[in-house]
Design a binder for this molecule. Structure first.
Ligand code: GUN
Ligand code: ZN
Length: 673
């Protein structure tokens, strides 16, 4: 890798394994997730095609893909490409990726055939026409390949990749992950691609998997490829262009897609929607507000000559792709990507099976998913794959909760926006209130914490069998005695009086601190406040005048007070202030929530500047996107506290972009919040 990379990728938002990011190639920017329309160089300017310039100016596709093998095979085009360069040839000033001819070997030789091109010549050719992202001549491994053949293909691909990197000049190099249906090889292939130091990785060999609607295998293939690749390299799902697959593939960590389907489907009079395709003859009105569908109805198109109809249909198909990608992007930012994925499960039975399959990769996803998002809506047991369910189950298994006298709040749904918790108010003396929620029993103290307090479930009686089964299994993890059930309606008579408001908030604060800062070594409450007998007097809480809820937590000390934590209203999680960070750092040993940076640049962070990924040497495996972290140097000296932009693995492996947004440095003396 040179000092000045040809491309770099920076993640700005995460949800599940999906992310929004910026891919910069030779100074040109592409927002991800993004789809590259496939340009057939033979069809350019032929009237029936859509020109690359329109793709960018009208449809906002800033990256396209075309085929260098086809350009090279056509003598006059080849000459023009060399003399003018690809960007002029295609009249496109966005990012241009070129493929190598591998796909032609699959189309015309079932993967076994080789095209008449030398693997290094095609790299030199892609260089000579000024491609931004070139592709090596990988071996297309079909899903039917036996393990031995697939492994052999992989070795050839890797050898070609190394040789190609040696001859390559000034072009980002795409080295596809292959391995066929063999998941061990998919992971190995991903790892070997990462070890080459590659900055762009397509997942290849998936077209026949998608053509046979085996989306379940597709989920396994993506998951294993990503396991090998790690999160830092942008991943491109080669040949995936049906809108239906985009939310799921993004959620599994794919950033880029390419599609010829918009034009191929149009050629066959097929009309895309976000979840299926129609033949034009099946429609009597268009269920779409795009410029094409606003102007014409299906009869208008059917009565046109094909040469006029096809580009109009292709434009509609492009609008659908644009809209779906835009909604995937906003779902990532909002934290509702799962809701989108779950909706796509209803497209057809194969997609449903694929979304169910995600559960098998739950822990891989959990490792990269933020701990807090803005919404949490759960309709069916498909949701049991979500990281939140996995985490809460883990919490219940480890927290050792039990109760001798229990108030069980049985109606978790909101009654006119008042939850049963609000109706209860402060808890009764000597009784532990638990909400009997579909996530499992929730101690009242944790109810404002994401996702527990934010979760929206069907009302009791509306849960499916899978969800009921989960709920029952979670109940078993919390032994409760002497249970009084209350549904929030009539007050139960046999309850003792309520504890005071401060007492209730102290209980809440301690439980939240123990949950958010849990570790294997130290009680986080002791870490923050010390072990004095008068601990409760040392906890100084500022509560909201309007809601009575905790806002800030101070430590009363020597007549003054130190601000340790702030509780965020939106997700009920703490932000750590520098005084809190100092105590957590001193009393909870490394590596807990540490991000270790280069000692040389640490000074900047101590003064309050953000941490760049390239200066990060290590990060604790517990760090998830959005978590508050302790920024330390190689000797574990505390420098700053801030918010991780991505998960731990990305922080460790990425070389570009901001890794931690610093809130306060030990020397900054100012508070950026
Ligand atoms: N286009 C669709 N799939 C593939 C693949 O596996 N490799 C390459 N190079 N191009 C593709
Ligand atoms: Zn339309």
């Amino acid at each position: 890798m040179t000092d000045d990379p040809i491309s770099n990728f920076e993640v700005t938002d995460c949800d599940l394994m999906g992310r929004r990011g910026i891919l910069k190639v030779k100074g040109r920017k592409v927002e991800t997730p993004e789809l590259m329309p496939v340009i057939n160089p033979n069809k350019l300017g032929s009237g029936g095609s859509i020109e690359p310039k329109e793709l960018k100016d009208r449809f906002r596709f800033n990256m396209i893909i075309t085929n260098s093998y086809i350009i090279r095979r056509t003598e006059d085009m080849k000459e023009r490409a060399i003399s003018e360069g690809l960007h002029r040839l295609l009249s496109f000033d966005g990012v241009i990726m070129t493929d190598s001819g591998t796909f032609q070997s699959f189309m015309y030789g079932g993967g076994k055939g080789e095209v008449d091109v030398d693997p290094l010549d095609i790299i030199r050719f892609q260089n000579s026409i000024g491609s931004d992202v070139g592709t090596i001549l990988d071996r297309f491994t079909v899903p039917g390949s036996e393990h031995e053949d697939a492994e052999n293909d992989l070795n050839i691909t890797m050898k070609r990749a190394k040789d190609s990197l040696d001859v390559n000049k000034n072009m980002e190099m795409a080295v596809p992950v292959q391995g066929g249906r063999h998941l061990d090889l998919r992971e190995l292939s991903g790892r070997r691609v990462k070890e080459l130091g590659i900055s762009y990785a397509p997942i290849g060999g998936v077209v026949p998997i998608m053509e046979s609607y085996d989306y379940t295998l597709l989920v396994d293939v993506i998951a294993n490829a990503k396991k090998g690749l790690g999160p830092a390299i942008p991943a491109h799902l080669f040949g995936a262009g049906h809108p239906m697959i985009l939310p799921l593939a993004t959620a599994m960590g794919c950033d880029l897609f390419d599609s010829a389907s918009y034009i191929k489907f149009a050629n066959d009079d097929r009309y895309m929607t976000s979840d299926r395709t129609y033949h034009l003859k099946e429609l009597d009105t268009f269920p779409c507000p795009c410029p094409v569908c606003s102007k014409y109805d299906p009869m208008d198109l059917l009565s046109m000559p094909k040469g006029e109809r096809t580009p109009l249909l292709a434009r509609h198909n492009l609008w659908v792709l644009r809209i779906v990608l835009d909604s995937v992007r906003s779902a990532i930012s909002e934290g509702t990507l799962w809701e989108l994925v779950e909706r796509s499960a209803m497209s057809n039975p194969q997609m449903y099976a694929a979304v169910r399959r995600v559960k098998e990769h739950g822990s891989l996803i959990e490792e990269q998913a933020p701990r807090s998002t803005r919404r949490f809506m759960c309709s069916s047991s498909l949701s049991l794959s979500r990281p939140e369910f996995i985490r809460y189950e883990r919490y219940l298994s480890n927290a050792d909760l039990s109760s001798d006298r229990t108030l069980r709040l049985t109606d978790w749904a909101r009654n006119y926006s008042r939850s049963v918790m609000d109706l209860m108010g402060n808890p009764p003396e000597g009784v532990d209130p638990f909400i009997d929620s579909p996530l499992g029993p929730i101690p009242y103290e944790l109810n404002d914490m994401y996702p527990l307090g934010q979760a929206i479930f069907p009302p009791p009686g509306g849960l499916d069998e899978g969800m009921l089964g989960h709920m029952e299994a979670m109940r078993k993890k919390v032994p409760m005695k002497d249970i009084i059930d209350w549904n929030g309606k009539k007050q139960p008579e046999e309850l003792p009086g309520r504890i005071g408001h401060r007492q209730a908030n102290i209980r809440r604060a301690m439980a939240l601190i123990r949950c958010q800062f849990s570790n294997d070594v130290t009680d986080p409450v002791v870490a923050l406040f010390g072990e004095d007998d008068d601990l409760e007097e040392r906890i100084d809480m500022i509560t909201s005048r309007k809601t009575g809820k905790i806002r800030n937590i101070h430590l009363a000390k020597d007549g003054g007070k130190l601000h340790l934590l702030s509780l965020r209203a939106e997700d009920g999680l703490f932000s750590i202030k520098i005084e809190g960070a100092k105590r957590l750092h001193k009393n909870i040993p490394a590596p807990w929530m540490r991000v270790i940076v280069d000692s040389e640049t640490g000074e900047f962070n101590a003064r309050g500047l953000n941490v760049f990924c390239k200066f990060i040497n290590d990060a604790d495996g517990r760090i998830r996107p959005g978590d508050d972290v302790l920024v330390v140097d190689e000797k574990d000296k505390l420098l700053a506290v801030g918010k991780a932009q991505t998960g731990w693995k990305y922080l460790k492996e990425s070389k570009s972009g901001i890794g931690v947004k610093v809130r306060e440095g030990v020397l900054s003396g100012k508070d950026k919040d």
